[in-house]
Write a protein that binds this ligand. Structure first.
Ligand code: ADP
Length: 399
């Protein structure tokens, strides 16, 4: 069955059409600047040239229509008709406490997702628009929602409660939810497969290091703690997000810089992280180049970044009372050997030993620890779209 995976943002829509039997991508791409002047579709069929089509996309319905037209286009399409799309899998950012697993999308489910909008005001409404747009264009095709938060619903109360008045949890559901669940779940399972160990008897720490970044402790196949919280702002230092700070800093900056709460939050989300620390860039390729050219601030930024990752790993070793494997994934985790090595240098006490030659390699699923290392360290490229396609297939086949 071919499954269309949709990841819908407020002005963008990423897609992949996946042949779920062969687990192959037939076509992928994205619509950019939806509802804004200069919108365009980037479409890349398997074994074909990448095509960019500039065309007005006043709304997401039009964007989905353009994607579907591209998929069935006589020359560059990869399927003959939309009947060949068996189901649509939607990435949905926040499922609150309502969704502990993926689900077939029904009218009731849409209402329940809407109730989570308050928890992810930037993302969930956009995800819902994507669902509506697909419904309009393919009214009879089953759809599945796959939530970023669902994998973490197994966290115990001691990991998800904050030290705040309990009534805030009761009234507003303020608690740790965690994100990147699709990636943490995919990567931790892959680690078990690569090592040939049972997933339900393994302690793994997954470091998803992209622009957004989070660490997750996976014990016996279940997420038991993760670094992002109520929102994706908590935890690691990220591209432009601060991660953990003393909450009193918010008031302090507001007074000193004469900013409103919204403005301070904007600083923490968009102007902090490694972007804020370097004062120049959120891209680690630029930061590495600057460090190599002798830029001290770039070097300090890398130190602060890696130290925070290492501290979280240490915390999760404690949370699980041990660790068997540590995996790095996402743009930075997959491509930056310097960050991996620097993080692992803090972990000598665990018996972690990195094989430098392995750590310099690029590609799929590499074990970068030495044979003697007490904890296995791996690089596992994440594949959230494939995971969404798998979950979608499983649910659609059952119903
Ligand atoms: P997002 O969270 O936006 O999906 P990514 O997973 O693409 O982010 O990660 C972005 C980060 O990964 C950037 O800092 C970038 O420098 C780094 N990165 C991505 N690809 C490479 C690469 N080929 N080599 C080095 N760094 C890379």
């Amino acid at each position: 069955m071919n499954i269309l995976v949709i990841n819908c943002g407020s002005s963008s829509l990423k897609f992949q059409l996946i042949d779920s039997k062969a687990e192959e991508v037939l076509a992928k791409g994205l619509c950019e600047r939806i509802g804004i002047e200069g919108s365009r579709l980037v479409y890349e069929p398997e074994n074909g040239e990448k095509e960019v089509t500039e065309a007005p996309m006043p709304n997401h319905t039009q964007a989905v229509k353009m994607v579907l037209d591209a998929l069935i286009n006589e020359k560059t399409g990869v399927i003959k008709s939309l009947d060949e799309v068996g189901a649509v899998g939607h990435r949905i950012v926040h499922g609150g406490e309502k969704f502990a697993s993926s689900t077939i999308i029904t009218d009731e489910v849409i209402e329940a997702i809407k109730e989570c909008n308050e928890l992810a005001p930037l993302h969930n409404p956009a995800n819902l628009i994507g669902i509506d747009a697909c419904k309009e264009n393919m009214p009879n095709t089953p759809m599945v929602g796959v939530f970023d938060t669902a994998f973490h619903q197994t966290m115990p109360e001691k990991a998800y409660l904050y030290g705040l008045p309990y009534e805030y949890y009761e009234k507003y559901k303020i608690r740790r939810y965690g994100f990147h669940g699709t990636s943490h779940s995919y990567v931790s399972k892959k680690v078990a497969d690569i090592l040939g160990k049972p997933y339900d008897n393994l302690k793994t720490i997954v470091c998803h290091l992209g622009n957004g970044a989070s660490v997750c402790a996976v014990k016996d196949g279940k997420s038991v703690d993760t670094s992002m919280g109520l929102t994706p702002l908590e935890g690691l230092i990220m591209g432009t997000r601060s991660g953990d700070i003393d909450p009193a800093i918010i008031e302090f900056i507001a007074h000193k810089e004469k900013l409103s709460i919204d403005e301070v939050m904007n600083v923490l989300n968009k102007k902090s992280g490694v972007f804020g620390l370097t004062g120049k860039t959120s891209d680690f390729r630029d930061i590495m180049a600057a460090k190599d050219a002798g830029d001290e601030r770039a070097e300090h930024t890398l130190n602060v970044y890696c130290y925070r990752v290492a501290k979280y790993i240490g915390a999760y070793v404690a949370a699980m009372n041990g660790v068997d494997a540590i995996a790095f994934t996402a743009g930075l985790g997959e491509n930056n050997g310097y960050v991996r090595k620097t993080v692992c240098e803090y972990l000598g006490y665990l018996g972690v030993e990195i094989d430098d030659a392995q750590n310099d390699k690029r590609g799929e699923d590499i074990i970068i620890s030495t044979d003697n290392s007490k904890v296995k360290v791996l690089v596992v490229p994440t594949n959230e779209e494939l995971k969404i396609a798998r979950e979608t297939l499983e649910l659609v086949s059952k119903n």
